[in-house]
Design a protein around this ligand. Structure first.
Ligand code: IMP
Length: 178
């Protein structure tokens, strides 16, 4: 895909590498949640591609729901403010919740979601993120399943965006501004 003028894209994780890792995560989740009622909760919008692949790599009956939170907008740094824009459609009482995120950066988003979902009577709440940028963490979050650790660089593709662009790139790419 052509980058917008003034921007350059460099592949950090190829679609093939991502697919292999997602298969592995799916197998682990399948083993860990045998016999337990599972709901995957995708955090919109960034997780939609990862969630679509991950849920098909999990060989268990499961439900899917989504939460939408305020995002960074055009900026590439976290404001630290988390606000629910779309709440869950279904109750999580009596279910094991696995939150599916695209990337954990400061940890503020997942920290908020963790508290929010535990207060709603889920049997357990665990976190799964495709990407982790540990160097930028502001609050510790228990990340039970993680795809890749990446350095402190802004990435797009495979669902991740900047200002709504590049979500449909098959690879995870570094966004370099010139
Ligand atoms: P946190 O609350 O700082 O952990 O931010 C998590 C959210 O910030 C993610 O769900 C993304 O929407 C966004 N984000 C953080 N880093 C990046 C990035 O490198 N590219 C695109 N979005 C990012």
């Amino acid at each position: 895909m052509q980058a917008q003028s003034g921007e350059r894209l460099e592949v950090l994780l190829s679609a093939k590498e991502v697919a292999t890792r997602v298969e592995q995560l799916g197998r682990r989740i399948t083993m860990d949640y045998q016999g337990r009622p599972l709901i995957l909760i995708g955090i919109l919008k960034g997780s939609f591609v990862f969630l679509a692949d991950l849920c098909r790599a999990i060989d268990l009956p499961l439900a899917v729901d989504f939460l939408a939170l305020s995002s960074y907008g055009a900026a590439t740094r976290s404001s630290g403010i988390v606000r629910i824009l779309k709440d869950l459609d279904h109750a999580v009482e009596g279910l094991h919740v696995l939150v599916v995120e695209d990337i954990v950066d400061t940890g503020l988003t997942l920290n908020y979601i963790f508290g929010h979902l535990r207060a709603r009577g889920a049997l357990s709440v665990k976190m799964c993120s495709l990407l982790d940028k540990p160097s930028r963490r502001q609050v510790a979050v228990p990340l039970h399943y993680k795809g890749f650790e990446i350095p402190d660089e802004f990435v797009v593709g495979y669902g991740l965006d900047v200002d709504e662009r590049y979500r449909n790139l098959p690879d995870v790419c570094r966004l370099i501004r010139s």
